[in-house]
Design a protein around this ligand. Structure first.
Ligand SMILES: Nc1nc2c(ncn2[C@@H]2O[C@H](COP(=O)(O)OP(=O)(O)OP(=O)(O)O)[C@@H](O)[C@H]2O)c(=O)[nH]1
Ligand SMILES: [K+]
Ligand SMILES: [Mg+2]
Length: 367
């Protein structure tokens, strides 16, 4: 019997030889949906044979975590030791690191967990090596450092991006602006607020057919591709994660080569061994994580700027702030007084649902 990987290869081959035009768009839409379903099958851990976690998952600490992904011997562990002071064995041979090694950095008052991971190889997402377990850990991180060796060709970058994408990770991308609502009856209705230049109604029909959806409202608010629609249907197995390319070993190249490297978007050239430019890497990390530092001001006293409460962008309400301090605070909450960018008036009285901005100052008034 054909394995899932074989089936995926067959479909990819068929897609490659099918020209994209009006006549084939239904068929291509069908193939893409089939492919997405097979890939999901591959990612869902089977009950037989080992299972998913097996020692790769570590206790999470800090407000956010950063996973290190790269081919063997690009310098992930060297970088880990440099950034966190947590020793992670580094050596010239491949696959020195065999499991997840956690460490932590303190940056702008925030504790950020760093996860050094084993090297991956091409085909990792299809089960080669320990790749799937490694990428599964990266998928739960808030940021990924893709570590690349500047002496190796840049095709490595594309290969790793493919591995992550094949695992349902969408890098440096927001979820597509498509609202999908399944209905009991009434057929499939599609509305769009911008002209659709990549997607045809035929393709949408084919995808809906493949997912056995006969009635739904689909509101498309971006110039989406069919893969974007599939991402929405497969939302449960998609993670949108920011990435920084850490281009390591710049001590071994010339200034001219370094000049070219500086043009790569979302990249930070470093030398992990010498500690060159790692400050810049941390600065970029901070920007990508979009954390919010909230300073507490006890009533009648000055704010405590030394130990901010750090919140994530998607959980930064006054209620989240209270819960970060102690579960019981919400029960006694009357209102909060806030100074900073999140309020119009300085200060302003706000309730639990108010969203805080970076460097806001807050006083909680209890009942
Ligand atoms: N020239 C140079 N060599 C480096 C640098 N960083 C790491 N190395 C060397 O690269 C080799 C591999 O480093 P590791 O840190 O073990 O690489 P890794 O990515 O963790 O490797 P695996 O765990 O095997 O996947 C070692 O010999 C390091 O000394 C650097 O900035 N410059
Ligand atoms: K190594
Ligand atoms: Mg290592």
């Amino acid at each position: 019997m054909a394995t899932t990987v074989d089936k995926i290869k067959d479909i990819e081959a068929e897609m490659a030889k099918t020209q994209k035009n009006k006549a084939t768009s239904y068929h291509l839409g069908q193939l893409k949906a089939k492919l997405a379903k097979l890939k999901r099958e591959l990612l869902t851990p089977q009950s037989s044979g080992g299972g998913g976690g097996s020692g790769f998952d570590v206790a999470r600490t800090g407000v956010a975590s950063v996973g290190f992904i790269g081919f063997p011997s690009v310098g992930k562990s060297t970088l880990m030791s440099k950034l966190t002071g947590q020793f992670s064995e580094a050596a010239a041979y491949e696959f020195t690191t065999l499991t997840t090694v956690p460490g932590q950095v303190q940056y702008n008052g925030a504790a950020i967990q760093m996860l050094d991971l084993p090297g991956i190889i091409q085909g990792a997402k299809d089960g080669k090596g320990r790749g799937r377990q490694v990428i599964a850990v990266a998928k739960t991180c808030h940021l990924i450092f893709i570590v690349l060796d500047v002496n190796k060709p840049l095709t490595d970058k594309r290969v790793i991006e493919n591995e992550l994408e094949g695992f349902g990770i969408r890098i440096n991308k927001d979820p597509p602006n498509i609202v999908f609502k399944k209905k009991d009856k009434g057929g499939v209705s599609v509305t769009n607020t911008v002209p659709l230049t990549h997607i045809s109604h035929e393709e949408i029909k084919a995808v809906m057919g493949e997912y056995k959806i006969s009635s739904a409202d689909i509101a498309i608010r971006c110039d989406a591709e069919i893969d974007d629609l599939i991402d929405i249907l497969e939302a449960k197995s998609r993670s949108y994660i920011p990435v920084i390319y850490a281009l390591n070993k710049i001590d071994s190249i010339s200034i001219e080569e370094l000049d070219l490297i500086y043009r790569i978007p979302n990249a930070c050239p470093i030398s992990a061994e010498h500690g060159w430019n790692v400050d810049e890497l941390l600065q970029q990390m901070w920007e990508k994580l979009q954390l919010r530092r909230i300073y507490t001001k006890p009533k009648g006293k000055s704010p405590d700027y030394n130990t901010p409460v750090v919140l994530r962008k998607n959980a930064c309400s006054v209620e989240d702030f209270c819960n970060a301090i102690h579960k019981t605070i919400v029960e006694q909450f009357k209102h909060a007084i806030v100074y900073g960018q999140s309020v119009k008036h300085q200060p302003q009285r706000v309730g639990l649902s108010h969203e805080l901005a970076d460097e806001d100052i807050i006083t909680i008034i209890k009942r």
